[in-house]
Design a protein around this ligand. Structure first.
Ligand SMILES: [Zn+2]
Length: 494
């Protein structure tokens, strides 16, 4: 049995500032050429490693196609998309015949003039392998499922967790389903129901209600003997594409009517609770007041409008300014992407005082830079091996980085935007997050995987930033349909 594995992963936004050139898919620490894929242990928490782990357990021959991951950012051009796709297709053509194809596709990948780029990849893979060959893809929870994806996949599986801690587990699940399919033990049949709904990120946290109740629905569905797997895609909202929004997927063993009915029933369950998946906006100042009432420290403010994990620049300054104005003690801001400041402070060196203009350099919406006269507490090349539940063992490169201190405020300034997901990087710079009273993280939900255990209280806040969660402020032009909560009276579940 020969099973091809590969991936193209990009969460693409029309509103992000960070360009996504061809090279972005090849320089990332997660990206691998085909040969390198075979040297992986399969022990890291990624979908690709899950494929490897699942296939090796069954002694299957792995045909590596390559894994091309680019950081969330602006939609690539059509030409870049075609070239990256060809990087995956060429090894596939050269390896034919294969018995099946497993793909790690983000699910919210779009390119200029290609709204459903994941679908385009699946369609192109299908054209190489033919209708009879099973093709199974695993997606991020924040996927925008499009028609072309559904039409060209044998099965689609979505992560069940946010923060995403089940990537490897879903990869293993897909590998097992693939092996069973090739052996003729199951016949995956896919049902899909798009939901005209934009989900607030804070209401996607799968360990907490209400999202935990939605996951329970999935687990109930999967108890049914004919249901192979069931998924909810909560959507990625900063993509101005016609497939943006939530969706359900149900894979049954050979019963297409049941798959479709169950996907629609699950979508209906979500739709009638559409208010539950929304939240009231909360300013950072208000969150600090609420946090002081609870008095459990550290109070963590999630600056979700500036989450680089979703494609934001990670240099907005509203919360840093607020911390300084309030003269907070033991307050940390993690992380501001500002290569100019990182350079200047690195040049000055550890122990020196620098005068720097921090952040606010990418876009007017991110707020103006903050003038700081700060001590350089630590300098680093920005490389660290993660040790939290999301990415334990994975090396991340933040570029030239520094820890600055002004009064009671600590700021980690990095050169390559990354959202904070665990404590390893601050610790490497000598910052003990557990001893902080206030922490601002440029993250929406993933920080909870590493920071959750030390958090006293957590507030997702709506500070100024280009990835606002006030969806009515996002200048969409291509959605092509009414969506809740922006058009509450005119959107309907089909
Ligand atoms: Zn995600």
């Amino acid at each position: 049995m020969r099973i091809a594995i590969g991936g193209i992963e990009h969460e693409s936004s029309n509103f992000a500032l960070l360009e996504t050139p061809f090279e972005a898919f090849f320089g990332h620490s997660r990206s691998c050429q085909p040969k390198e894929l075979l040297t992986r242990t399969g022990e890291i928490n990624t979908i690709i490693d899950g494929f490897i782990k699942g296939l090796r357990l069954e002694g299957v021959e792995i045909v590596p196609l390559g894994w091309f991951h680019a950081p969330s950012g602006r939609q690539p051009t059509r030409g870049t998309h075609e070239a990256v796709k060809e990087s995956l297709l060429a090894p596939l053509r050269n390896s034919m015949p294969v018995d099946g194809v497993l793909l790690s596709l983000h699910g919210a990948y779009s390119a200029e003039t290609v709204d459903d780029a994941d679908g385009d990849i699946l369609q192109s893979v299908r054209a190489v392998v033919g209708r009879a060959c099973p093709v199974i893809a695993v997606h991020d929870l924040h996927c925008n499922i499009g028609k072309t994806m559904v039409e060209n996949a044998t099965a689609l599986i979505v992560e069940d967790t946010y923060p995403h801690v089940d990537m490897s587990e879903r990869g293993v699940e897909a590998a097992n389903m693939m092996i069973q399919t090739i052996r003729g033990e199951v016949r995956p049949t896919l049902g899909w129901c798009p939901i005209p709904l934009f989900w607030s990120a804070e209401k996607m946290i799968t360990s907490e209600e209400p999202m935990s109740l939605a996951i329970e629905q999935l687990l109930e569905l999967e108890k049914h003997p004919d249901v192979l797997t069931a998924s909810i895609g909560v959507g990625y909202q900063w993509a101005d594409v016609n497939c943006a929004g939530a969706a359900t997927l149900v894979v049954t063993d050979g019963d297409s009517a049941a798959a479709q009915k169950k996907a629609e029933d699950l979508a209906q369950w979500i739709w009638i609770r559409r208010d539950c998946w929304q939240r009231e906006l909360l300013s950072a100042g208000q969150a600090l007041i609420e946090g002081e009432k609870i008095a459990k420290y550290p109070i963590i403010l999630a600056d979700q409008a500036d989450n680089s994990g979703g494609g934001a620049p990670s240099d907005s300054t509203e919360i840093l300014r607020l911390f300084i104005e309030q003269n907070l003690k033991n307050a940390a801001v993690l992380y501001i992407a500002d290569p100019e400041t990182a350079d200047k402070a690195t040049e000055a060196g550890k122990g020196q005082i620098v005068e720097v203009e921090v952040g606010g350099k990418s876009h007017a919406t991110q707020g103006p830079p903050v003038s700081m006269r700060a001590e350089v507490l630590a300098v680093s090349d920005g490389r660290v091996v993660c040790d939290g539940p999301m990415f334990a063992g994975l090396e991340v490169d933040h570029g030239k980085s520094v820890l600055l201190k002004q009064g009671g405020i600590y700021v980690i300034v990095i050169s390559l935007a990354h959202q904070p997901v665990d404590l390893a990087f601050p610790r490497s710079l000598g910052l003990d997050c557990g001893s902080m009273q206030y922490i601002c993280v440029k993250s929406t939900g993933h920080f909870r995987s590493g920071f959750g255990p030390i958090a006293g209280s957590i507030f997702n806040v709506d500070a100024a930033g280009i990835f606002t969660q006030d969806f009515s402020k996002i200048p969409f032009t291509r959605l092509g349909r009414d969506i809740y909560p922006m058009n509450p009276k005119t959107c309907f579940l089909i």
